[in-house]
Design a protein around this ligand. Structure first.
Ligand SMILES: NC(=O)c1ccc[n+]([C@@H]2O[C@H](COP(=O)([O-])OP(=O)(O)OC[C@H]3O[C@@H](n4cnc5c(N)ncnc54)[C@H](O)[C@@H]3O)[C@@H](O)[C@H]2O)c1
Length: 380
């Protein structure tokens, strides 16, 4: 094993977990040391599927940590289990890379951000659709268009999932919109300031909750990001990435989400491209950040703003009001302090008390944390 190999336990051996397990097993950047799933039969089947029946499996992370040494934990469980797994790993001094969302609620995600500070460990959320080479090309083209003022996404599809999405209250906003919201922040190099959102259910929708929404975000610097989406719209469906337009003072850049983007006028795009793309890019930039001691795309202080966009949009639709992102973050911090006190988690409560205003704290943290591990993906 090279000095750059990161030992990792994967927790959650479902659909995505199996992909993560394959990537970790095949990459020289990782040494897979164990697989955990509450359904141990699933964990066992996953290690057999990669030809490693020798690997330890367990039903809980705590049980696995009694048996193996690891540097990191990859959390690929369902959202409701994210908090418990990640807080356990951070408290044991381990770095964590997790599937989105950071946790099931913004308040839990705020608590995990505090846990990452308290234990001085990296916590990175894999926002895999950000690692799309065409999205990076779109950003390069847009950067040649002068000041950017407007970005739009149209997302129209008609999937019949069955299961939990058909029953949940905000299926489109909670389960899907975090991806384009996160991509919009990346594209515009801007953070969300406020949102007005309307959420509704087309009369023919087969979803119990609202399957359609339009949200207008004010971003830092004054740009607006407008998202219109529906999960109940058959015919002329957009790609899963949605259809994008970025409008700047000298022109516009367009991307249909599947094919190379284009701009009018044409700009000299100098996108460097991605080494891995998707989930593999997330995992390797996490490994690079641990080795370099820096931060990377998806680090929780940065990623939590994408989840804040979702939560603020849901609140705006419910209240029929424009909602400020900083207010939503402050409400989440207060809730996280209450929950930490109830759990008797004095360390997290003290860290959150020391934050002061949550939005200001997150911005200050990012301004001082060492960046650039993204550039070092090539080194792992
Ligand atoms: N980035 C993407 O494009 C994308 C796509 C699909 C899913 N996801 C995310 O990936 C995550 C997993 O989704 P999935 O589709 O693999 O779900 P899944 O239901 O197929 O798998 C989840 C697994 O976690 C296990 N699990 C649940 N609680 C656990 C716990 N406390 N400890 C250990 N194991 C536990 C379950 O037994 C199951 O095997 C979710 O957060 C989801 O949002 C991301």
């Amino acid at each position: 094993m090279s000095a750059r190999t990161l030992r990792v336990v994967v927790v959650g051996a479902g659909n995505m977990g199996r992909r993560w397990i394959s990537i970790a097993e095949e990459s020289a950047a990782f040494e897979l040391v164990g697989v955990v799933d509450i359904f141990t039969g699933g964990a066992r089947a996953a290690v057999e599927a990669i030809g490693r029946p020798d690997l330890p499996v367990a039903a809980t992370l705590a049980e696995m940590l009694e048996r193996v040494e690891t540097d990191a934990v990859a959390n690929v469980t369902i959202p409701a289990a994210h908090f418990g797994v990640t807080v356990t790993a951070l408290a044991r001094g381990l770095h964590v890379v997790s599937e989105k969302p950071a946790a099931a609620t913004l308040a839990e995600s705020v608590a995990l951000t505090a846990a990452s500070e308290a234990h001085d460990r990296l916590f990175v959320v894999s926002q895999s659709r950000r690692h799309n080479s065409q999205l990076h090309e779109l950003k390069s083209q847009a950067s040649g268009l002068g000041r950017l003022g407007i970005a739009t996404t149209e997302f129209f599809r008609a999937p019949h999932f069955g299961g939990f999405r058909d029953e949940m209250a905000h299926p489109l906003l909670l389960d899907m919109a975090i991806h384009p919201f996160d991509s919009a922040r990346f594209l515009l190099d801007a953070d969300p300031v406020a949102v007005y959102c309307e959420e509704y259910n087309p009369s023919w929708s087969w979803y119990a909750g609202d399957a359609a929404a339009t949200a207008i975000f004010e971003m830092t610097g004054g740009a607006r990001y407008i998202y219109t989406g529906s999960w109940a719209s058959p015919g002329a469906e957009t790609s899963w990435n949605g259809s994008w337009r970025v409008s700047g003072e000298n022109g516009s850049a367009m991307w249909n989400g599947d094919e190379p983007p284009r701009s009018e006028p044409e700009t000299q795009a100098a996108s460097e491209g991605l080494r891995y793309g998707g989930v593999a890019e997330s995992l390797h930039s996490f490994a690079a950040a641990v080795h370099v001691g820096g931060t990377c795309s998806g680090e929780v202080h940065e990623n939590i703003l994408s989840l804040a966009m979702v939560e603020a949009a849901v609140i705006s639709a419910r209240r029929g009001q424009r909602i400020r992102i900083d207010d939503v973050l402050e409400e989440a911090r207060a809730e996280a302090i209450r929950a930490a006190a109830e759990r008797g988690d004095e360390q997290i409560r003290a860290v959150l008390d020391g934050w002061g205003d949550a939005g200001e704290h997150l911005r200050a943290w990012r301004a001082t944390s060492p960046a650039g591990a993204d550039l070092d993906v090539a080194r792992v």
